[in-house]
Write a protein that binds this ligand. Structure first.
Ligand code: NAI
Length: 413
């Protein structure tokens, strides 16, 4: 249980921020501009042992995918308020341990949407012009100058599976390139521009010249594109998978390319991927004609890194400044207004019956006027935010920290 009771909001200069794995400098710039200057940065990931050594006074930590924040690290980090994952996923953090300790965990799932969408358009053109083949031959000194099986994308039908952040961006770019855009989604998503929604995956597969996948990895999308679905695709059509490796049956795709039914594919994600850069990679799809293989770099651009740096640092700053936890994976998500003429108490507690009434009676015993109250719970914990009259008893935080099942309390002046 931690608390701050110095009569002032905790001075930002004393908030220790640890940023690992070469997080984009935009994050440091953003922290500095918002008054945080106690920042330590590393270009590499830290091991569990190194983290255990460092975490005692760290209040905010920023990591990418290689630093593992284990339960042991969380237990050691008694002052830790939040973990910022400056990347897409949060698997590297023990989310349950973080939840039980009232530590907010943020990530940045949508900062690289545009990067993926642009690559989809680029690969569509490359495949329809059979550039992979001609490129390979030109490097070998063979002059394949002809128009054989080369097409423009204009007027072709692109079928987008999954019309979320990336799928809908692809829709906008594809329409501007002259594609006729069709899409299928399990949710009733509204079309962008002149795109047309279809009612089934089968229908989309049957009409599209190129299919591009933008669904998440779920039990429902596991091997969503297998032998049967590939057979439903138009003769000599193309397939792009820049979503997740589990979505496509790679062996079935190899057979479909070998037979010529599928005229080309662009694959960025695989059922099994090497852990790190430089490791050996092998796939059944290697050396197939007109197949572009990329090492899961759909979202890897400098612009995306910049956006992630800004997005996650902003979420951490807002949490410290006013308690907002929107998009948190652990502490319940609350979007809080700026406090006006009030002090703000943040109270995180185990989700047990009676805590809220104990908090309220504690405040009424001290004759404290509540101006605003916000509450959200999840399976394990509750997050209550109380805006109270500035004319208050300064022992309130001490009292609230003694409420049974309290995990963390903090006050913003
Ligand atoms: P999102 O969550 O915004 O959109 C996913 C869409 O798929 C939603 O509209 C959802 O309703 C739909 N969907 C879910 N199950 C479906 C099903 N069975 N059939 C049809 N539609 C279904 O996700 P976002 O950001 O657009 O990402 C899409 C995929 O791209 C994810 O798998 C993500 O991991 C991947 N990705 C890959 C990157 C790369 O480097 N290659 C970078 C970023 C994301």
């Amino acid at each position: 249980m931690s608390q701050e009771t110095d009569g002032l909001s905790y001075p930002k200069d004393q908030i220790k921020v640890l940023l690992l794995e070469g997080i984009h400098p935009k994050a440091v710039e953003n922290f500095n501009q918002n008054g945080f200057h106690n920042i330590e940065t590393y270009d590499v990931a830290l091991s569990e042992a190194e983290l255990l050594d460092k975490m005692e006074d760290v209040q905010l930590i920023g990591i990418r995918s290689k630093t593992h924040i284990t339960e042991k690290v969380i237990k050691k980090a008694s002052k830790l308020k939040a973990i910022g994952c400056f990347c897409i996923g949060t698997n590297q953090v023990d989310l349950k341990a973080a939840t039980l300790d009232g530590i907010t965990v943020f990530n940045s799932p949508y900062s690289n949407t545009r990067s993926v969408a642009e690559l989809v358009i680029a690969e569509s053109i490359m495949l329809m012009r059979r550039i992979p083949l001609r490129d390979k031959e030109a490097h070998k000194g063979v002059w394949l100058k002809d128009a054989k099986e080369s097409y423009e994308v204009r007027g072709k039908k692109i079928g987008i599976v999954g019309y979320g952040h990336i799928g809908s961006q692809v829709s906008v770019l594809a329409e501007n390139m002259g594609f006729d855009v069709f899409y299928y989604d399990i949710e009733p998503k509204l079309p962008m521009g002149n795109a047309t929604r279809v009612d089934s995956l089968k229908q989309l597969l049957e009409i599209s010249d190129i299919i591009t996948l933008h669904v998440p990895a779920t039990p429902d999308t596991h091997m969503m594109i297998g032998k049967e679905e590939l057979a439903q695709m138009k003769e000599k059509s193309f397939l792009l998978n820049l979503a997740r490796g589990s979505v496509v049956d790679i062996n079935a795709l190899k057979e479909a390319v070998d037979s010529g039914h599928i005229a080309g594919a662009g694959i960025d994600v695989y059922p099994e991927e090497p852990e790190s850069k430089g490791e050996k990679f092998s796939s059944e799809l290697q050396n197939l004609p007109n197949v572009i293989l990329t090492p899961h770099i759909g979202g890897s651009t400098l612009e995306a890194q910049y956006n992630i740096g800004l997005d996650v640092s902003t979420k951490l700053i807002k949490l410290i400044d006013n308690g907002t936890t929107v998009d948190s994976h652990t502490v319940p998500s609350l979007n809080l207004p700026v406090q006006k003429d009030a002090h703000r108490i943040l109270h995180i507690h185990e989700n047990k019956p009676g805590v809220l009434s104990e908090i309220n009676s504690c405040l009424s015993d001290m004759d404290i006027n509540i101006l605003g109250q916000y509450l959200k719970t999840n399976e394990y914990i509750g997050y209550v935010v109380l805006d109270i009259d500035k004319d208050y008893n300064d022992r309130v935080l001490e009292k609230l920290s003694k409420v049974k099942h309290t995990i963390k309390t903090r006050i913003l002046y």
